[in-house]
Write a protein that binds this ligand. Structure first.
Ligand code: FEO
Ligand code: CA
Ligand code: CA
Ligand code: CA
Length: 741
């Protein structure tokens, strides 16, 4: 649910609080050019000077190709055309079926979903806004199985709800209340529709379905009891009335991207959680303007901030009061109020999907920010484990976590999965990325050992807990590179290179003004205006995909090289500065978001969450066979300033795709984003999620189904009613082949 709008429209999914003054690429570039005395010199000279020193990773042989099976052609399907139809469209020879939609029951005793706004008991139903998703195969005796292809558990994120004017209006018969206070009954339903679900799926006589009576099924909601793990456990920053010892919190919220650990647990990333909290209008002074105010502002909560749903207004009960992130009590430590409650959100959360009796754990060492996916580097016995992560807000950072414990093969199938999580995820190092203009990069450790952090004037870090809880501020302190909204990351199983989607950034300008606009730089090099009807969309409206190759130390390396794999663009856009990847009509896309490499085929699946190109096409999924860092060349993008002077940005661009290395595979229904992807280990069954079809429906039109912008999946024959529903679909190939062949 991402808008490009630069206007004052409130979008709780598009927070933008990085006004830190750490250098952007532009200033790195300017300093460099200035040293060479070339800043306002001739474009050609500047380009040559930089090109001459641009570090590019060595191009290797053919060891990084995906592997087709005998007789198989990967990306052999016919590309799907762009579409505005209210339908899921897949290539000829494929079938897509809905199996798990908002409200579907997870217990034998839960009533069937009516889809008219009267349904309740969401604790025992599929939540809303299906997002990231992982597959956990089950053997016949109900154990984790790496080889099962016909029975497994899907762990599904339920990121948010379709809402307008406070209310998740499709969940309420009349659309719900649009003013404060809101009734507790509405709030309770909405809280329960957030979080994650685990649901058993099974193939019987060739047909996939969920198992409604499965004892494995369960939900975690925005109210479930969850443990704090890692450096922030028991820290003063985590003390609340609910947990005076700072060891527990309630709920996981705005669950977006996912990950799967090498030991078989589920990781869910908490993204736009800050919007659910409210702060009193005079809370800065109530806090004595201490450093907690700095933290709250950096994480998008100025005093007086209103909450997205008004969940704090349900009554005096503690479960509503917790959403008031103000200092209200007299205690010194926060044990009598919820002034610290927001510090309990914003993590990668680990869940043992096979054992719902084990408490989920917030793995705080992986940092607190607007998390998307958690992508593991390929585990190597005797080496640390590495997790790559993005912070999705305009001008935010890319991170990695490196474990202290070295990977042991025995841990791939441990007796205690959550204890294995403790071993690898609670002790390590957190790094933030800095992308240099010469194509190199650094991973900068976020710890007090770094003088830039220990001596940072903007915030006095107390300890490692303070650093991970305030990872964004630590990133500011070390001069991390501000990116165009880092969404999912993925690791290419063929060569270990890391792919990172950068979905878009409406704040890039050739001549930035104010504290949030940025000039283009080497790793975020485009600034242009795309028209959507009569609306101008400035900045980098279509996004790009960056990739990195670690230095010789592998996952533990502190240096890397990078290039830009692909630029999103309309096929008809200018190839010089916009459609740099020369995308054709069968390949063009905007706002890449989800990114998952198939462990079976090696195909890189790219999913979009776009608002820029949606006048021409609904959101989509593409299949890609990528190359490697350095397989293309350097490129200079030349921009003209108002006074006629030039700003040149040199970047590294991957080899342009061909019809056989990038192809559109799927287009979704109206108003949806495509997200989440997992497969059975044979690559023959794929599950993906259709999130928020009908998103732009107005609350006022709840009584008139003809005015819903989508009626999917009812119009595809799934379930009652006409209200649109987020849902998991299963994709198979009619000839039984692998998906993407
Ligand atoms: Fe939940 Fe940044 O997408
Ligand atoms: Ca356009
Ligand atoms: Ca996303
Ligand atoms: Ca997005």
């Amino acid at each position: 649910m991402k808008k490009l709008s630069d206007t004052a429209t409130i979008d709780f999914n598009d927070e933008n609080s990085n006004t830190s003054s750490n250098p952007t690429f532009d200033s790195v570039l300017a300093a460099r050019l200035s040293r060479r005395g070339l800043l306002r010199g001739s474009v050609g000279t500047m380009g040559t000077a930089l090109l001459g020193s641009f570090a590019v990773a060595a191009c290797g042989g053919g060891d990084d190709e995906v592997v087709a099976a005998p007789g198989e052609t990967l990306l052999g399907f016919n590309a799907v055309s762009k579409s505005l139809a209210d339908a899921v469209i897949v290539p000829a020879g494929y079938t897509a079926s809905v199996i798990y939609a908002l409200g579907d029951p997870l217990k034998a005793t839960t009533p069937a979903f009516k889809n008219d706004g009267t349904d309740a008991d969401y604790e025992n139903r599929a939540g809303d806004h299906h997002d990231g998703m992982e597959w956990f195969g089950l053997s016949g005796d109900g154990k984790l199985s790496a080889s099962s292809t016909d029975r497994g558990l899907l762990a599904v994120n339920h990121e948010a709800t379709t809402d307008e004017k406070l209310s998740s209006f499709f969940m309420h018969a009349n659309g719900g209340t649009t003013t404060l206070p809101r009734p507790a009954s509405e709030i309770d339903k909405e809280v329960a529709a957030h979080g994650i679900s685990v649901v058993e799926v099974k193939k019987t006589s060739g047909k996939w379905a969920t198992v409604q009576s499965s004892a494995f099924n369960f939900r975690l909601t925005a109210l479930s009891d969850i443990e704090i793990a890692g450096p922030a456990r028991g820290n003063a920053l985590m003390v609340t009335k609910f947990s005076p010892t700072g060891t527990r919190t309630r709920g996981t919220l705005n669950n977006c991207g996912t990950g799967k650990t090498p030991w078989g647990t589920f990781l869910t990333g908490e993204e736009n959680w800050f919007g659910y909290f409210t702060r009193g209008a005079a809370d800065d002074a109530a806090r004595g303007n201490d450093k907690s105010v700095t933290s709250l502002k950096r994480y998008g909560r100025n005093q007086g901030a209103a909450s997205r749903h008004g969940w704090e207004s349900g009554g005096t009960e503690d479960k509503y009061a917790r959403w008031i992130n103000s200092k209200l009590g007299a205690s010194a430590d926060g044990s009598d109020d919820y002034r610290n409650e927001m510090n309990g959100m914003g993590y990668i959360v680990e869940i043992d999907v096979l054992d719902k009796s084990r408490p989920a754990k917030k793995r705080t060492f992986l940092g607190r920010f607007a998390h998307e996916s958690a992508a593991f580097g390929t585990p190597v016995v005797g080496q640390p484990l590495v997790v790559y992560m993005g912070d999705d807000a305009r001008n935010e950072y890319v991170y990695k976590y490196v474990s202290t414990a070295l990977w042991s093969a025995a841990d791939a199938n441990p007796a205690d999965r959550m204890a294995t999580g403790d071993k690898y995820l609670d002790n390590g190092k957190l790094y933030v990325a800095k992308y240099n203009a010469d194509g190199s990069g650094q991973w900068i450790e976020l710890s007090l050992a770094n003088p830039l952090i220990a001596n940072y004037a903007g915030y006095k870090f107390a300890d490692q807990a303070d650093i991970v809880v305030n990872a964004r501020i630590a990133g500011d302190a070390v001069g991390a590179t501000k990116m165009d909204r880092p969404e999912w990351g993925g690791v290419n199983p063929a060569n270990g290179e890391i792919y990172q989607t950068l979905t878009n950034n409406s704040n890039r300008r050739v001549e930035p003004s104010g504290s949030t606009q940025l000039a283009p730089d080497a790793s975020n090099p485009r600034v242009y205006t795309d028209m959507k009807g009569s609306t101008a969309q400035p900045g980098n409206p279509n996004g790009h995909l960056l990739r990195m190759k670690e230095g010789s130390a592998g996952g533990a390396a502190t240096t890397f090289t990078w290039d830009i794999y692909l630029f999103g663009a309309e096929a008809g856009a200018d190839k010089g500065v916009v459609n740099i990847s020369s995308l054709t009509a069968d390949q063009d896309f905007s706002s890449p978001d989800g990114l998952v490499f198939s462990p079976s085929t090696g195909i890189c699946w790219i999913q979009t969450d776009d608002g820029a190109y949606t006048d021409v096409t609904n959101n989509m999924m593409l299949a890609a066979i990528p190359g490697r860092v350095g397989d293309g060349g350097k490129k200079t993008l030349s921009f003209t300033k108002a006074d006629g002077s030039k700003l040149d940005v040199v970047t590294a661009v991957g080899k342009a795709p061909t019809p056989s290395t990038l192809k559109r595979f799927l287009v979704g229904p109206v108003g949806c984003e495509i997200t989440g992807l997992c497969e059975t280990p044979d690559g023959k069954t794929m599950f993906i999620n259709i999130q928020h079809p009908g998103e732009n429906t107005l609350h006022a039109n709840i009584g008139d189904p003809a005015k819903y912008t989508s009626q999917w999946p009812t119009n595809a024959g799934y379930g009652p009613g006409k209200r649109p529903r987020s849902a998991t679909i299963v994709i198979t190939k009619n000839d039984g082949g692998r998906i993407g062949s």
